[in-house]
Ligand binder design. Structure first.
Ligand SMILES: [Zn+2]
Ligand SMILES: [Zn+2]
Length: 232
């Protein structure tokens, strides 16, 4: 038996660019037979709804609202919901897993670290860093940045990005011997393509995901759906 997980999704409570609430995301993935969902909203250096002027704790409390909404609904309907976040560096994005809100609260100075120092601290504290869509190109992205010594893995399939950006991500992971993950970067719910990971056991915490990924026991997938939402 394999268990299906979304690793990359955004709630409208916390990510400015998302059009789906946490509870709607939970219901959507439950309806497709998933076991769980990681909510990875844009952090304070990304496209967040959280005002900058508040103090650190208030900002973290607002940041977790989308996750908490997904989690409450997940608990009700039987979908496991986990916390993560997406850290931005000049248009380059890094998914953080394995650390919780307690870590955010305990490190109010974290955004004064240089980005690579940030990754090093996250990893030293037990978190996992996955470079999301590393070859994404867009007008606002100054340059493609690869920091292979400071990440654990690469999102080799981001189903919201074209094949031309995903295939070099496979090369990147292989060439530098990095872990491979996949996710949908879901901001809307129903999509033609959904990517994620199959895990061989049901996980209880985001640390369990980190361990299975590091042990090479996560299997990436990308599914195609018809316009009625039926898996092809
Ligand atoms: Zn977004
Ligand atoms: Zn994202």
């Amino acid at each position: 038996m394999l268990y299906k997980y979304e690793t990359h999704a955004h709630t409208s409570q916390t990510s400015k660019c998302s059009r789906i609430t946490g509870s709607e995301l939970a219901r959507f993935y439950k309806s497709l037979g998933y076991s769980g969902l990681f909510v990875t909203d844009h952090f304070f250096n990304g496209n967040t709804t959280v005002p900058r002027e508040l103090d650190w704790e208030e900002r973290v409390r607002l940041f977790e609202l989308g996750y908490l909404d997904a989690k409450a609904e997940g608990d009700r309907i039987g979908l496991d919901v986990f916390f993560g976040w997406e850290y931005s560096w000049g248009g380059n994005d890094f998914l953080i897993y394995g650390l919780g809100v307690d870590w955010l609260l305990a490190n109010p100075d974290q955004l004064s670290l240089r980005p690579r120092e940030y990754m090093q601290k996250v990893r030293a504290d037990g978190g996992l860093v996955i470079h999301a869509h590393p070859f994404r190109e867009a007008g606002y992205i100054e340059s493609i940045k690869l920091i292979p010594r400071d990440v654990d893995g690469v999102e080799v399939i981001n189903s919201s990005r074209p094949e031309s950006e995903n295939s070099p991500a496979f090369w990147y992971a292989k060439n530098y011997n990095l872990l491979r993950s996949a996710g949908s970067d879901n901001h809307i719910g129903k999509r033609e393509l959904l990517a994620g990971v199959y895990l061989p056991e049901k996980i209880a915490t985001s640390q369990d995901f980190v361990k299975l990924l590091k042990d090479g026991r996560a299997e990436i997938f990308c599914d195609r759906y018809d316009p009625d939402g039926k898996r092809l």
